[in-house]
Design a protein around this ligand. Structure first.
Ligand code: ADP
Ligand code: ADP
Ligand code: MG
Length: 666
């Protein structure tokens, strides 16, 4: 076995490989780009080598730099993960030429399966069932059109070099063919540098069912059963499961045998996945082979009890497969959901930003979280916006689904948009729960999956209001402690006022709607009125952003995470998004570096929350102004220094008066 391996990848898959290597006593070398200098995979590895700038083609995709990193660190083998160089035959050759083992198939097998057309030719010869279509070398547009007419519409034009759901065009009728062909070729050239296409009969309501295969260098080849990956958006997998619902033992054997035949036909070694497109009646056709470890491999690990990365390492080191076909069995059911930074309601548009809060559900024997990020990390525009893979297991599909629902409900992320709510609806959707699967499920269930926005419930608004009140109390206490006079009444944030009514309004925006919470300070509690109904509320800050709330006679634990004016309210397994609406804050936030922060209307300074000369972060509360019977927190518009306050607490200020002299950081 190897002593040291290098992982030529990043994110969750790099972390996942490191985990197994460590368990097996193998030292690990991470590689990273400038954008990933503090990434989790770098922190987990025994050592790490900087490759270059953030752009993948200047770092993770530069084969020579990886070979050089192996030489410098003495790594004996490279695990390529998925994506990046994992299906690059030239990279496998380059490693071999330098005496470094590639933890993957021989370069010849990668080449054989690299082109969907060439692969289909080989598979046809190996008697693997093929999707009806044309996969010839002649690319004359007139001939391609004629072939499409013969196949019969709808047809799918596919880039032979395609991947990741890109380079495909559905054509419904003959007249549309020439334009679709031209546009497919354009995308194929720009994405894959090769505009060779094939044409397939478009299967209606198909399922995507794939078989995990494994071969060693001694001629053994087994299959580790199937995964159903029918739930897709833009031909990309969103949710995967194993085994495939409704699969019979006989069909499983047929598909397994076909996949093993496919692997053997190309002299395959290591982990591979043979993808089939299946009709609702169970008949299936070869689609393509992915010559690497697949993103969704954990569901197979959960139902077989095997560690596929360990198998990969053993095979690459020349050892035989750990088990024979008859020693492999399926136990229970596993589901995987891909947690992405993306906006499902905006066509699954990728999102970026800092993971201000990232609290995944606790890992147990039933719940696994594979991730490459931790709280505080950033999802950058440079790479795939996947935050994590959430994998659950149980004895039955229904029990696994229940676990998935709970795990998604417990998943707390704030700071950027995620698909967690979408996934929650997906697993609750009757079609999915009832295993009525096909690749059009998301499209067809639009109404269920993308409901009109619901107003944030009253309890969540109450929780958000208590969150604001507790936060102010906490901030005021810190200021009081920092100042020489911790007992000054001006520091109190309990609503105590000289000659002032102790009621105020805290406002939120819920989508387009403005919601006012009227707060009255009582001796031991608050009275919060929203839309004419009053609730007695108490609250106590716990660790971090968690707090205990009492609403009339109910007690609950909640958290509110604040990023600028955004508020993410987490409680009872749901996340609600609000904006704190503070008219003065808005005006002042626009008043950038330097210059005074001014009062946009006449009012009274209620409290100074910082010390002159104090260094503050952007958003630190500086001063509270009461105007028009409401109070407003003036916050630092940027990181910088509070030079001076222009008024003392209790003084009246006129419209446009400068309140704070503030110097923003350069
Ligand atoms: P990629 O290399 O991008 O993964 P695939 O050939 O594996 O391309 O196809 C991706 C997805 O496109 C499949 O999972 C399936 O949903 C859909 N698809 C592919 N071929 C067909 C077909 N002939 N009929 C219907 N859907 C198809
Ligand atoms: P501590 O929680 O120990 O006081 P910090 O002072 O560093 O630690 O807390 C700053 C964090 O508090 C910020 O990241 C911000 O998200 C959060 N925060 C600011 N305003 C609020 C609010 N109204 N409700 C909840 N959290 C808030
Ligand atoms: Mg595919």
């Amino acid at each position: 076995m190897f002593n040291k391996i290098l992982i030529a990848n990043r994110g969750e898959i790099a972390c996942r490989v490191i985990k197994t290597a460590r368990r097996m006593g193998i030292r690990t070398v991470a590689v990273y780009s400038e954008a990933d200098a503090n990434a989790r995979h770098v922190r987990l590895a025994d050592e790490a080598v900087l490759l270059g700038p953030a752009a993948a083609r200047e770092s993770y995709l530069v084969a020579e730099k990886i070979v050089e990193a192996c030489q410098r660190t003495g790594a004996q083998a490279v695990h390529p993960g998925y994506g990046f160089l994992s299906e690059n035959a030239d990279f496998a050759d380059a490693l071999a030429a330098n005496g470094i083992a590639f933890i993957g198939p021989p370069a010849s097998a990668i080449r054989a399966m690299g082109s969907k057309s060439e692969a289909k030719k080989l598979m046809g010869a190996a008697a693997v069932p093929l999707t009806p279509g044309y996969h010839g070398d002649d690319q004359d547009p007139v001939l391609l059109h004629r072939e499409a007419d013969v196949i019969g519409y709808p047809v799918l034009i596919k880039a032979a070099a395609g991947g990741g759901g890109k380079g495909m065009r559905l054509v419904e009728q003959s007249a549309d063919f020439p334009d679709a062909l031209a546009s497919c070729k354009r995308e194929a050239i720009s994405s894959f540098g090769n505009d060779h296409v094939l044409i397939e009969k478009y299967i209606t309501r198909p399922r995507h069912i794939e078989i995990q295969v494994f071969a060693d260098t001694l001629g053994n080849c087994v299959y580790l059963f199937e995964r159903d990956c029918s739930v897709q958006r833009r031909h990309q997998k969103v949710l995967e499961e194993a085994p495939a619902p409704g699969m019979t033992a006989e069909r499983r054997r047929q598909m397994g045998d076909a996949a093993v035949a496919a692997a053997k036909a190309v002299g395959y070694v290591g982990a591979g996945t043979v993808e089939f497109i299946a009709n609702q009646d169970g008949s299936f056709y070869f689609m393509e082979m992915n010559t690497r470890l697949q993103v969704e491999h954990p569901v197979t690990e959960m139902i077989t009890g095997q560690d596929l990365v360990e198998w990969q390492l053993r095979v690459a080191a020349g050892q035989p497969l750990p088990l024979r076909q008859e020693q492999l069995a399926i136990r229970g059911h596993a589901l995987e959901a891909r947690i992405y930074a993306e906006d499902a309601n905006k066509g699954f548009l990728p999102a970026t930003g800092r993971l201000v809060r990232l609290l995944p559900p606790a890992e147990t024997l039933n719940v696994r979280v594979d991730t490459g990020v931790e709280q505080g990390d950033e999802i950058t525009p440079w790479y795939d916006p996947m935050i994590a893979k959430l994998i659950v297991w149980d004895e039955t599909r229904d029990a696994a689904l229940a676990r998935m629902r709970k795990a998604l409900a417990d998943y707390q992320v704030a700071g950027l948009t995620t698909n967690i709510d979408f996934l929650s609806r997906l697993v609750a959707c009757p079609a999915f729960a009832g295993a009525d699967l096909d690749t059009g499920l998301i499209e067809r269930q639009q109404d269920f999956l993308f409901p009109a926005a619901q107003p944030v419930p009253r309890d969540a608004l109450l929780v958000a209001t208590v969150g604001e009140l507790l936060w102010e109390q906490h901030a005021a206490r810190q200021v009081a402690q920092a100042s020489g006079d911790p007992w000054s009444p001006w520091h109190a944030r309990d609503g105590w006022r000289m000659n002032l009514s102790s009621a105020r309004t805290i406002s939120f925006r819920d989508g387009e709607a403005l919601v006012d919470a009227r707060v009255r300070y009582r001796h031991e509690h608050w009275e919060i009125s929203i839309a004419g109904t009053t609730t007695i509320a108490r609250g106590k800050k716990l660790d971090g952003d968690r707090f205990a709330v009492e609403l009339d006679d109910r007690r609950l634990i909640a958290s509110v995470v604040a990023v600028d004016d955004k508020r993410s309210v987490f409680f009872q397994g749901s996340t609600y998004s609000l904006l704190r609406d503070d008219p003065l804050h808005r005006v002042d936030a626009g008043d950038s570096h330097g210059g005074g922060l001014t009062a946009p209307m006449p009012g009274k300074v209620v409290a100074l929350l910082a010390q002159p000369g104090q260094k503050v972060e952007k958003g630190t509360p500086l001063l509270i102004l009461e105007a028009m019977k409401m109070e407003h927190t003036i916050t630092a518009p940027a990181a910088g220094i509070v030079k001076a306050f222009c008024y003392a607490a209790g003084e009246q200020v006129g419209d446009g008066a400068a309140l704070v002299e503030f110097e923003g950081e350069a």
